[in-house]
Design a protein around this ligand. Structure first.
Ligand code: HEM
Length: 127
């Protein structure tokens, strides 16, 4: 029986920020993620912020990203990068490790599993 209805209810804005901060720190240091790290700029701080804003809305909280940038479509911001299954899986691996880093409980992980895969798969733009 679920103790919350949305991932946002489980985490709140502060832990979503901790999650995205851990996510990019992991991307920055994990050898397996070097491929996708190289696609990003030197300073990951702005990305920590933008992903937190995005995920807050995506997880069922306030639509901060949509209000700021006018869209939640993730296709165009990624269109300039070649993202295949390997890149998708590197991204998902960083997210797994980031969920470990914030001690996400099993119920939350289960709730996120399929939608996280689905959105990463939707962003994939090459084989
Ligand atoms: C599938 C593998 C993915 C790769 C390789 C990837 C890579 C990237 C790269 C290279 C950027 C641009 C960074 C920069 O401007 O320096 C970016 C931006 C972004 N990504 Fe991803 N991404 C992936 C999946 C995702 C997913 C699943 C989400 C959301 C759940 C996401 C959310 C974002 C956001 C919010 C931005 C900022 C867009 C903007 O406002 O400019 N990405 N991503």
């Amino acid at each position: 029986m679920a103790t919350y209805n949305t991932p946002y209810e489980a985490l709140g804005e502060d832990r979503i920020r901790q999650l995205t901060s851990a996510f990019y720190d992991i991307m920055d240091s994990l050898p397996e993620a070097a491929g996708i790290r190289a696609m990003h700029g030197k300073d990951l701080a702005p990305m920590k912020e933008r992903l937190a804003e995005y995920l807050t809305g995506w997880m069922g909280g306030p639509q901060i990203y949509a209000e700021k940038y006018g869209s939640v479509c993730m296709t165009s911001p990624h269109a300039g990068f070649s993202i295949g299954p390997a890149e998708r899986d590197q991204w998902l691996l960083c997210m797994e490790r980031a969920l470990d880093a914030i001690d996400a409980d099993p119920e939350l992980r289960e709730m996120l599993k399929e939608p996280m895969f689905a959105i990463a798969e939707m962003i994939r733009n090459t084989d």
